[in-house]
Each structure stands twice: as C-alpha cells, then as structure tokens.
Design a protein around this ligand. Structure first.
Ligand code: HEC
Ligand code: HEC
Length: 207
C-alpha cells in the first residue's frame, strides 16, 4: 500500500484515495471491485497489454504476492454510496444494437453495472472521464487485455456521443458491493436464503 519497491510516489492511496474511492475524474474507484479483476489488471499493467504510463511503473515492481495482497485489500473495502439518481439507462445498455452486432452491456456487466464474476468488472460509480478514456484506448488498440476482444470490437462500433451517454449514466449508478461471484452463485445465495426462510416458516410457533 505504501508503494513497495517503487517507493512512496507509488503509494496507492495518494491517487486512489484513502478509501479506494478514486478521484472522481481519471483515477478509478478500486473499493469493492472483484479481487480477481483487480489482480488481473495489475498483471496486465505490468506486462504491458494494458499500457499506462502511471500504472505500469506502479505495477511492475510488485511481485505476485504483493499484487494479490493489494487486490484482496481493495476488494474487501466497503464501497461508498455514490450517485443514485434513478435515471433510465441508455437503450444500448439494456438492449445493445443487434443491427451493429453490439450485445447489451448489461448482459456482461450486470443490470446496474455492478459487475459479474471476476472477468466482467463493475462499472457503477466510475468517473465518466475514466470510462470514456477506456473506450478511446480500446478503439486505438492501446488497451488490449480483454481476452476475447469483446470490448475492442464494441468500442470500434460506438459513436463518441453514445460512449459519453453510457459513461455519464454509469457515473450516477450507485457503487454497490459486488455479488458473491457471478450469476451462478448469486442464485445459489438466493436459493439458500429462500431455504432458510422456508425453514424459519416451518418453525413458527403459531403453526
Ligand atoms: C500516481 C497515481 C497512481 C498511483 C500511485 C496508483 N494508481 Fe492505480 N491508477 C491510476 C490511474 C490514473 C489509473 C487509470 C489508468 C488507466 O486508464 O488505465 C489507475 C488504475 C488502476 C487500476 C485499474 C482499475 C480498473 O477498474 O480497471 C488498478 C487495479 C489500480 N490502479 C491499482 C493500484 C494499486 C494497487 C496501487 C498501489 C500499489 C495504485 N493503483 C497506485 C493512478 C494511480
Ligand atoms: C460479452 C461481454 C461484454 C459486453 C457485452 C460488454 N462488456 Fe465491457 N467488458 C467486458 C470484459 C470481459 C471487460 C474486462 C476486460 C479486462 O480484463 O480488462 C470489460 C471491461 C469494460 C470496461 C473497463 C472497466 C474498467 O474499470 O476499466 C468498461 C468501461 C466497459 N467494459 C464498458 C462496457 C459498455 C459501456 C458496454 C456496452 C456498450 C460493454 N462494456 C459491453 C465484457 C463485456
């Protein structure tokens, strides 16, 4: 957290905030993001498939254990309540655009942008300028760390104003704790909750 071998200038909190909330402009929130996603990003910055002049030098000096440790630390931090205005999502978010072969963002990133599993990150509450910048990097094939190239393909098809609208909406989404891990276990959690509610029902004294 203090920058490790990279020195104090690499201390995470100096840019990402004391609570991992980001700076609201170009530095993303880390608090409550999935640990696997965070660790992968550190590896990708270090290997250069997600090149960034700030994060590259921060990630490179860290060994695997240190990357895992910072990822686990930020994943476990509580997320701050942000945004929340109940604006409807842009149509691209919920429906995509079959004519251009663009899948709905919600299918991979969750209905409110809360992320799905380790591979498909939470976007809710991320600064609009940061999101727009990521699209620009995919479009220019600078960020190349998306294994199946989904984001590169999508970024090439959207207009600047579409990206701006999506980014503006995402910034207002309340950042929320990530679901346990993906849809499968979320429904397992629901099933378990329903099961215990049913067994409580069975034990009611007035039965
Ligand atoms: C000097 C400022 C600075 C410091 C220090 C810094 N970061 Fe970053 N970080 C950034 C910026 C700017 C970005 C966005 C870069 C980009 O567009 O890819 C970023 C992005 C990230 C991301 C990607 C998040 C996402 O949603 O994809 C992770 C993970 C991350 N930083 C972790 C860390 C950790 C862990 C540390 C400490 C070991 C750290 N950062 C230190 C500025 C900083
Ligand atoms: C088929 C699945 C899929 C669809 C559809 C999809 N994404 Fe993604 N998206 C991903 C994956 C996978 C990543 C993570 C790549 C990586 O490991 O860095 C990602 C990453 C992102 C990121 C970077 C987050 C960060 O913190 O740096 C943004 C922003 C994003 N997507 C926005 C969108 C938007 C907006 C749409 C709809 C127009 C969309 N995505 C549609 C799979 C998808």
């Amino acid at each position: 957290m203090s920058g490790g071998a990279g020195g104090a200038a690499h201390a995470c909190f100096s840019c990402h905030g004391l609570d991992g909330e980001g700076d609201g402009v170009s530095v993303p929130r880390l608090a409550g993001l999935d640990a696997g996603y965070l660790q992968k990003q550190m590896e990708d910055y270090a290997s250069g498939i997600r090149p960034d002049k700030v994060m590259g030098p921060v990630a490179k000096p860290l060994d695997d254990d240190a990357r895992r440790a910072v990822a686990a630390y930020y994943a476990a931090l509580p997320v701050k309540a942000t945004g929340g205005a109940a604006a409807p999502p842009p149509a691209l978010w919920t429906a995509g655009d079959p004519a251009r072969d663009v899948a709905p963002c919600a299918a991979c990133h969750g209905r409110e942008g809360q992320g799905v599993g380790s591979g498909q990150p939470a976007l809710a509450g991320q600064p609009a300028a940061y999101t727009i910048d990521q699209f620009d990097r995919w479009k220019r094939a600078v960020r190349r760390n998306d294994a199946r190239g989904v984001m590169t393909a999508i970024a090439g098809k959207l207009t600047e104003s579409e990206v701006a609208a999506l980014a503006a909406w995402l910034e207002t989404r309340p950042a929320s704790p990530r679901p346990a891990s993906g849809a499968a276990s979320a429904s397992a959690v629901e099933a378990a909750a329903a099961g215990s509610a049913a067994s409580r029902e069975g034990r009611r004294r007035d039965r």
